[in-house]
Design a protein around this ligand. Structure first.
Ligand SMILES: [Zn+2]
Length: 112
């Protein structure tokens, strides 16, 4: 069963477990590029520690998304900041079991 986290603990765990992007608060939003779900810090699943770091997981069931696959909300075709953020995801190679690169841009529809 999931451990119950108080807000401060959870925010600290988000910051600790996500070395890619800043968490300003538990209301910060992210989009998981694997399942295209938008969620906020409160919804992130945290499972214990590995190597001293909190392990963060996408709130969607059966989704292998981790902070590496979470981007800031924004359209990468119209926002330079969002694009730079997306590039982070595409440029990384990962051999983690279950990791797959997104087959397409979730926002491609919105860009036309
Ligand atoms: Zn996900």
């Amino acid at each position: 069963m999931d451990k119950r986290w108080c807000s401060e603990e959870k925010l600290a765990a988000l910051r600790e477990g996500d070395c890619f992007r800043e968490w300003a608060s538990l209301d910060d939003q992210r989009i998981c590029v694997l399942c295209e779900r938008k969620f906020c810090g409160r919804q992130v699943r945290i499972t214990g520690r590995k190597g001293g770091r909190a392990q963060l997981h996408c709130p969607s069931e059966n989704c292998a998304g981790t902070p590496r696959e979470w981007v800031l909300p924004g359209n990468p075709f119209t926002s330079e900041k969002a694009w730079a953020d997306w590039s982070l995801t595409f440029d990384t190679e990962d051999n983690t079991p279950g990791f797959r690169k997104p087959a397409r841009l979730p926002f491609a529809r919105a860009a036309s």
